[in-house]
Design a protein around this ligand. Structure first.
Ligand code: GLU
Length: 279
């Protein structure tokens, strides 16, 4: 199979040095393998995505010297695909509607818990008993992770990034404790969560290697569950180190000082950006 990778930014702010690293690394890896490099715009969060940011992504990446295949995939144009997958999971009784607000979750987590303690912020399952036909407008849709895991055998991930390099078997107990029942469909009708949409598109675009930051390492195990439930292949993963500021904090979209556009405006060259991110 041809080595195929992608860079999948969300147009919710300016690309910073960390994005440049991820995109350049994926691009270089594809070139080294005479493979394919795709760009995917992950714009399902309609509240935060902006066309102006999307336009800037094209400009920044072009300035960095990257080229990608056309037409590119914009997730907002593929909503029915994600919805079909959600309904497939719902038909198998793996999805339930959830009306809990952040404050409800916080209150439930601060009460004494039975059984294995959950990691901070993990959904304690107040709506887990609900059936799909009780869905009200405004309810999110969650995966019943415990139920889903019971339907699956052992799952393995191949990782080539330096920090976690090797083959890793998914640990169901750890996933239940650290991730819990994820939201797969948000409150608005037909808006999938990032985890679900990315899994569907990685398969649709025949991605063989996912190159992304190690902040998403744990998310990969959840995505493997979705891949197995939806009969989709699991790509090879390469989680790279994060670019940090002088205080050791990872860069965020609000760190305008590290925005690629800012470096461009200051007359920094694309090859200097490569040096700055250690390539
Ligand atoms: N849209 C996601 C992000 O910007 C992409 C993550 C991924 O590469 O899977 O963080």
């Amino acid at each position: 199979m041809t080595f195929t990778t992608r860079f999948a930014p969300s147009p919710t702010g300016p690309l910073h040095l960390g994005h440049a690293y991820s995109a350049l690394l994926a691009f270089d890896m594809a070139q080294a393998q005479q493979g394919r490099f795709l760009l995917r715009i992950e714009d399902t969060d309609t509240g935060r995505s902006r066309l102006a940011w999307e336009q800037q992504i094209y400009e920044d990446l072009t300035w960095l010297g990257l080229t990608w295949e056309h037409p590119l995939l914009r997730q907002s144009e593929h909503l029915p695909h994600y919805n079909a997958a959600l309904m497939k999971l719902a038909e198998r009784g793996l999805i339930y509607p959830c009306s809990c607000r952040r404050s409800d979750i916080k209150a439930a987590l601060s009460a004494p818990q039975e059984g294995v303690p959950l990691a901070p912020g993990v959904y304690p399952g107040m709506c887990r008993h609900r059936k799909m036909d009780t869905r009200q407008s405004g309810d999110a849709l969650r995966l019943n992770l415990g139920h889903a895991l019971k339907t699956l055998g052992p799952l393995n991930m191949i990782e080539t990034g330096a920090k976690h390099s090797g083959t890793h078997q998914l640990d169901p107990k750890q996933l239940m404790r650290d991730v819990g029942d994820p939201v797969l469909g948000r409150k608005e009708i037909e808006t999938p969560s990032y985890v679900l949409a990315a899994v569907i598109d990685d398969a649709a675009q025949e991605i063989t290697h996912v190159v992304r930051g190690e902040d998403l390492y744990q998310t990969t195990f959840l995505q493997m569950v979705l891949q197995a439930l939806l009969d989709l292949p699991t790509p090879i993963y390469h989680h790279h180190g994060l670019i940090r500021d002088e205080q050791g904090k990872r860069l965020a979209k609000r760190d305008d000082a590290r925005a690629i556009s800012k470096y461009r405006a200051d007359g920094v060259s694309p090859s200097k950006i490569r040096t700055l991110v250690g390539l």
